[in-house]
Design a protein around this ligand. Structure first.
Ligand code: THU
Length: 136
């Protein structure tokens, strides 16, 4: 069932993490409205600042393949505690919404906390606010 697949795929996605600097492997699994799955891993860089998070990798793969409507996201790491998306990822994900998007925060053992996108980023600056700003 979808929840089990989200957790399973987010743990699988972690396996291709490129994280030689932090050894902090992160995996993400993303389900689109038409039922397509995308996995993503964090990809670090010698510049440190050039790294990209697993969530944004998954989103970039999905969007660049023509998907813009999402139904669920899961993020996992090797920790026993849940991994919480960074602020850059929260803003990036908010662009596509919906605020009710279920986000599964998965532990190394497959336990999870479920939270919505608008709980992760309340009062977000998203497209609609941008449009209001542009129209002034
Ligand atoms: N990182 C993620 O990939 N997702 C998160 O939700 C939190 C942080 C990675 C781990 C490490 O590679 C760091 O971000 C570098 O950007």
């Amino acid at each position: 069932e979808t929840e089990e697949l989200l957790i399973k795929y987010s743990l699988e996605a972690k396996e291709t993490s490129y994280s030689p600097y932090s050894n902090f492997r992160v995996g993400a699994a993303l389900l689109t409205k038409d039922g397509t799955w995308f996995k993503g891993c964090n990809i670090e860089n010698a510049s440190y600042g050039g790294a990209i998070c697993a969530e944004r990798t998954a989103y970039c793969k999905a969007i660049s393949e023509g998907h813009k409507e999402f139904v669920a996201l899961a993020v996992s790491s090797d920790q026993d505690e849940i991994v919480s998306p960074c602020g850059i990822c929260r803003q990036f994900i908010s662009e596509f919404g919906p605020g009710t998007l279920p986000v599964y925060l998965v532990t190394a053992k497959g336990a999870h906390k479920l939270i919505t996108l608008s709980e992760l980023l309340p009062l977000s600056f998203a497209l609609e606010q941008g449009q209001k700003f542009l129209m002034k």
